[in-house]
Design a protein around this ligand. Structure first.
Ligand code: G3P
Ligand code: CA
Length: 253
């Protein structure tokens, strides 16, 4: 794992959240292309399974919000999903953009950036989703540029056991539920913790560093918050607005 690209990147690592999602439709090739063109060294995306067992890149359980279609991803086959337009709702210039498979994103990004894969699928076909993602990472030789995260300890544990070359993080909720998850995370012992920024403090980050655990926080877009994360020496943050993040870095250095 020490050969992993994550450890070579200057911190804080800025993860383009769902790609450059302020500027292009989230979790599409257009969004990942924009992020790379803006100089992103790390991307974030979400995966789930179609009815016919394909791994697709989409945040929600349903296609409703991001396409003109309707229904749960788990109830649709890949061929049906590929007929949907994932771009026009964002802006007419992205008309015809599709929901990509994870394989298509890997083929597009190659080793140009690190990718944080968030494993969705709460309690539904988890093992199938995780296994298929791990198999794809291995068969496409992407181990050194992929990290994983999930809100579900089962997924975190499975990645740790089956593909220890890839760092894996536990995502935690905002507020008291998140604080409790962090408290109980020591038994799971993830390589990284991905908390909501509202549960962070400089002392918390130092404590995690003392345990050799990285802290990547979500979703940080406001300049004042970005400055605070830099001051607190967070290891990375998920960001929709790469231009604002770059401006803050220029002003800070
Ligand atoms: O991985 C950080 C962030 O993506 C988690 O929240 O809802 O945007 O997937 P969400
Ligand atoms: Ca996510």
């Amino acid at each position: 794992m020490n050969n992993h690209r994550l450890f070579e990147l200057v911190t804080p690592v800025v993860f383009a959240h769902r790609g450059a999602s302020k500027f292009a439709p989230e979790n599409t090739i257009a969004s990942f292309r924009s992020a790379l063109e803006m100089g992103a060294l790390a991307l974030e995306l979400d995966i789930t399974l179609t009815r016919d067992g394909e791994v697709v890149v989409i945040h929600d359980d349903t296609v409703d919000r991001t396409t003109g279609g309707a229904g749960a991803v788990a109830d649709l086959d890949l061929a049906e999903i590929k007929r949907l337009d994932a771009g026009i709702g964002f802006s007419p210039e992205f008309k015809g953009e599709k929901i990509p498979t994870l394989q298509e994103v890997f083929a597009f990004v190659q080793d140009k950036a690190l990718i944080n894969i968030e494993l969705k699928n709460a309690g539904k076909r988890n093992a199938e989703l995780v296994q298929k993602a791990l198999d794809l990472v291995t068969s496409m030789h992407m181990q050194e540029t992929i990290i994983f995260s999930s809100f579900y300890p089962y997924n975190v544990r499975m990645v740790r056991e089956l593909l220890p070359e890839c760092p894996v993080g536990l995502l935690t909720l905002p507020g008291i539920p998140g604080r409790l998850e962090i408290l109980f995370s020591s038994r799971l012992s993830p390589d990284m913790i991905h908390p909501h920024y509202s549960n962070l403090s400089a002392a918390f980050i130092q404590k995690q560093h003392a345990r050799l655990r990285r802290v990547h926080t979500y979703t940080v877009n406001e300049p004042a918050l970005i400055r605070k994360m830099i001051d607190w020496e967070v290891d990375g943050f998920f960001c929709d607005d790469l231009i604002t993040a770059q401006r803050v870095f220029i002003d800070t250095h």
